[in-house]
Write a protein that binds this ligand. Structure first.
Ligand code: FAD
Length: 425
């Protein structure tokens, strides 16, 4: 169906800030990019649409993956959390990560604007000059020499005209979206995957209901440092496009329905869960996959299987391919082993655009590769690499494609990022 369109009248808007770098999205990759860029002496504004920093780390996830071979910001981050008991492998406390991130942003002198959406690029001749944001102050402009798109979805790159791919080849279906929820007053202690499956089967039988389990690999995750509090991401919504506002809203409603169904089933039909209380949901949904921006380099499944090493390799990914069901017929999770491979700088540079970097899960790669490098340690490393690249471009007064890539690669190595790929690419 052809979409009805109207023309928006042109208008003058105030410039809220004029800085070296604007980071759009204060999530996993965005906080790393903003903090590292500000520490390098750049003036930085960070735009985040929710009210807290951290993205998936503080809203959705339960453990940290692929930190072992990382230096720099990811190492500093994980070391702090472990020393403070906020991360007590395998799980962590997402709420205690918040004051830490707040302090890092403040100490680095990052100007953070929360509850603000980065809505459009300021662009001339395919060169980004900043972004337009919508916030409590209305529609305002942030002028910047470099734009770092850390929105997860590549919102700004897309609106600047970058091409993208989404989902699996053929039908474009993306991995399931999830929602995190807190369950309170849980007193039965640690339960293994196997035991949890027994509890499910017994509870379904006792209830006499038909029940489709959205995520079969669930066992209760205790929130570190709390008593009797669980966090879970059982709700899994498949068949929804996370870049379509109506579909994303429908997915949220479906996942809340699934969460209540699970709560009701367990509370009324199992000894272990009889005392649980229904708790709050994460304020943003757990989107595993959306746009993959077409960049100068695209990381492919072939690179993962061969352990690719690139001349512009920034750091190494060791996480395997981890695909959560894209439709209800697939198993809940499908994993495949890989060889350690590198993320090249070119995968952060949207093709055909200047003064913009993408970081996080929206960088250039194929569906299967994204299912590996989308993990927290790797997204933080991308943020740090983008910060160093931005610093080089700003101080050298040159384009992001003209910086010394060998210097960038050496700086990442000097910060402790290991390079482990085998096959030259
Ligand atoms: C359900 C789920 C469970 C996972 N579990 C794990 C796990 O256990 N371990 C692990 O290592 N990885 C896990 N991952 C993967 C990993 O957490 C994410 O892929 C990664 O954190 C994504 O980082 P990002 O910076 O690309 O996006 P995000 O962390 O999502 O950050 C994007 C940020 O941008 C903001 N934003 C979006 N659009 C705009 C806009 N237009 N303007 C302003 N702000 C905007 C968002 O609010 C958000 O804060 C999980 C992912 C999901 C979805």
């Amino acid at each position: 169906m052809k979409r009805l369109r109207i023309s928006e009248p042109a208008r003058k808007i105030p410039v809220m800030a004029d800085v070296d770098a604007v980071v759009c999205g204060g999530g996993t990759a965005g906080v790393a990019a903003a903090i590292c860029a500000a520490r390098e002496g750049l003036s930085v504004v960070l735009i985040e649409k929710s009210s807290i920093p951290g993205g998936m780390v503080t809203h959705v996830t339960q453990w940290f993956s692929d930190f072992a071979n990382k230096g720099g910001f990811p190492k500093e981050f994980i070391t702090h959390l472990r020393n403070k008991g906020i991360d007590a492998k395998p799980y962590y406390n997402p709420w205690l990560v918040l004051p830490y991130l707040d302090s890092l942003l403040k100490d680095a002198d990052v100007r953070v604007i929360y509850l603000a959406d980065a809505v459009a690029p300021i662009i001339k001749d395919k060169k980004l000059q900043g972004v337009i944001i919508e916030s409590k102050s209305g529609r305002t402009a942030i002028r910047a020499k470099i734009v770092i798109d850390a929105t997860g979805d590549g919102d700004i790159a897309d609106r600047a005209g970058a091409r993208f791919k989404q989902g699996r080849a053929g039908d474009g279906a993306v991995q399931a979206i999830s929602l995190s929820q807190i369950l309170m007053n849980y007193t039965a202690g640690h339960i293994s995957h196997d035991k949890m499956n027994e509890i499910f089967v017994a509870a379904v039988k006792k209830s006499g209901r038909k029940y489709w389990q959205p995520y079969s690999r669930w066992h209760p995750f205790p929130v570190v440092g709390t008593t009797n509090t669980l966090i879970h991401t059982v709700p899994h919504a498949t068949g929804y496009d996370p870049t379509d506002a109506a579909q994303l809203s429908d997915a949220l409603i479906e996942m809340r329905r699934q969460a209540y169904e699970l709560y009701d089933l367990l509370k009324n039909n199992s000894e272990e869960f009889k005392d649980i209380e229904f708790g709050p949901f994460s304020a943003i949904p757990g989107v595993r996959e959306s746009r993959r921006i077409i960049c100068d380099r695209m990381v492919t499944k072939k690179d993962l299987l061969s352990g690719a090493k690139f001349v512009d390799g920034l750091f190494t990914v060791t996480q395997g391919i981890d695909i959560h069901r894209r439709d209800r017929k697939e198993p809940a999770i499908m994993c495949e082993k890989i060889q350690p491979y590198e993320i090249p700088y070119g995968a952060l540079l949207p093709k055909g655009l200047e003064n913009i970097l993408v970081v996080g899960r929206c960088i250039g790669g194929d569906h299967e590769a994204m299912a590996s490098y989308r993990i927290i340690g790797d997204c933080m490393a991308m943020g740090e690499a983008a910060a160093l690249a931005a610093k080089s471009a700003v101080t050298g007064k040159c384009s992001l494609r003209k910086i010394s890539v060998s210097k960038l690669v050496s700086e990442m190595s000097a910060r402790g990022y290991e390079r482990q790929g085998k096959c030259k690419n």
